[in-house]
Write a protein that binds this ligand. Structure first.
Ligand SMILES: O=C(COP(=O)(O)O)NO
Length: 247
């Protein structure tokens, strides 16, 4: 299998320079599992600041970008601008972009494709709402979201797929290891059937939704869970324990 463990922190719209200093301090202290790839998703205004102070074993990610290189798109930031500032990663398709800001499967897929073509690495987010799970539509939803991306991109090499059930985000209602593993396994089967077996086996599929130091180890034991995308807990020192979930 050989998929490198991956832990992303998604700071969302949180942080001041002082609070960021505290986060950087616990990341520097660690110690962070050298076998884990660690990326922090930073509000756009702080991307270059964090890049200038983050320890060398942590990479920086934007939390959004647009689908073209430049133009009359007031307020937007392009993948070219991120790379121009030394930002190698971007989170795209987060459920908050979908459900708060109305981003469609199509727009997200176009953003992912352009980001990859520009040379960024992408954490691509999918996940069902509570009512969709309760209606038995979890697989239908995550396959649809994944297919939209698959139809637009040429390679999965620089993609990490984040399964984040909306009902677990910010709620404290973490998916059980069995619930998460079941969806991750189904996604791998979908990839094998619709893309190819190599992508299915090498793509890292990470889980997000109320991951904490208390539940990370059990989740990380599951064979198809390759890491996490962590919101609230990534702002606190416990994030180090989540990074070290496989130690
Ligand atoms: O949105 C999330 C998860 O957030 P929480 O860990 O706070 O549930 N990751 O992108």
């Amino acid at each position: 299998m050989g998929r490198k463990f991956f832990v992303g922190g998604n700071w969302k719209m949180n942080g001041t320079k002082n609070e960021i200093g505290d986060i950087i301090a616990f990341l520097k202290t660690g110690p962070l599992d050298p076998n884990a790839e660690v990326v922090v998703g930073v509000p756009a205004i702080y991307l270059t600041y964090v890049t200038s102070i983050v320890p060398g074993n942590v990479s920086v990610s934007a939390q959004n970008t647009y689908k073209v290189a430049k133009g009359a798109f007031t307020g937007e930031i392009s993948p070219a601008m991120l790379l121009d500032n030394g930002i190698p990663w971007v989170i795209l398709g987060h459920s908050e972009r979908r459900n708060v800001f109305g981003e469609t499967d199509e727009l997200i897929a176009e953003k992912v494709a352009h980001a990859l073509e520009t040379g960024l690495k992408v954490i691509a987010c999918i996940g069902e709402k509570l009512e969709e799970r309760e209606a038995g539509k979890t697989e239908e939803v995550v396959y649809r979201q994944t297919k939209a991306i698959a139809d637009k991109i040429k390679s999965w090499d620089n993609v990490v797929l984040a399964y984040e059930p909306v009902w677990a985000i910010g709620t404290g209602k973490t998916a059980t290891p069995q619930q998460a593993q079941e969806v991750h396994e189904k996604l791998r089967e979908w990839l094998s059937k619709n893309i190819n077996s190599n992508v299915a086996q090498t793509l890292r599929i990470i889980y997000g939704g109320s991951v904490t130091a208390a539940n990370a180890k059990d989740l990380a034991k599951e064979k198809d869970i390759d890491g996490f995308l962590v919101g609230g807990a990534s702002l606190k020192p416990d994030f180090v324990q989540i990074v070290n979930a496989r130690c």
